[in-house]
Design a protein around this ligand. Structure first.
Ligand SMILES: [Zn+2]
Length: 200
């Protein structure tokens, strides 16, 4: 894939993500690298170590999604990294960003991006954000894959979780999935996860 085709693909992911996040071209290249190194597998699975744009890039390019559960999100890890693997046996490839290869002199904006040290204006000003994103993408297109490292891994507990059984909540009457045998109320009615207030 040449740069032009690569950037066309990136445009499609921007559209899916609804934002021109500079992490997207980086994520696209990471997914492509992981796919190449993994080779053909029977049942592709993916794991992301961060939520942000990388998870949307994986969903768009691999078809492994949160909904089909072939994408598992370990966003609490917080590293800009992903693993693609075979759900049949857990054999996988992990791709991550090697900060040692991001020279703060040669790639200052990308260096700041990964350390979340971009200027204050980037958070609040659309033009500043756009300008910063463009610099990061330019820096990345010059550096390319050499800022990544990859490793062969074996994913633990790679089998898909069983679908939880359902019961009817005795308060709201909606059906919900439960993991605790004794539960009587859904997580909203039991106030474990009551994330909304009802409006009159
Ligand atoms: Zn309920």
């Amino acid at each position: 894939m040449d740069d032009k085709e690569f950037l066309e693909l990136v445009e499609q992911v921007y559209k899916f993500h609804t934002k021109r996040a500079p992490g997207i071209p980086i994520g696209v290249a990471m997914v492509q690298l992981a796919m190449e190194k993994l080779g053909e597998v029977k049942q592709l699975g993916a794991i992301t170590e961060t939520q942000v744009c990388l998870s949307d890039t994986i969903q768009f390019l691999t078809g492994c999604t949160i909904g089909n559960k072939y994408l598992v999100m370990h966003e609490k890890i917080g590293r800009y990294a992903l693993t693609l693997y075979d759900r049949a046996d857990g054999r996988g490839v992990r791709v991550f960003v090697d900060l040692n290869k991001i020279d703060p002199q040669k790639m200052p904006e990308m260096h700041k991006f990964f350390l979340r040290q971009r200027s204050h204006e980037v958070q609040h000003d659309k033009d500043a954000r756009r300008a910063s994103a463009k610099i990061i993408v330019d820096e990345f297109m010059t550096a390319g894959r050499k800022i990544f490292r990859w490793q062969r891994v074996r994913v633990k507990n790679y089998q898909k979780d069983d679908v939880l059984p359902a019961k009817i909540c005795r308060e709201c009457g909606e059906s919900y999935l439960y993991s605790e045998e004794n539960s009587q109320r859904c997580p909203v009615c039991s106030k474990e996860l009551d994330y909304y207030l009802t409006e009159q």
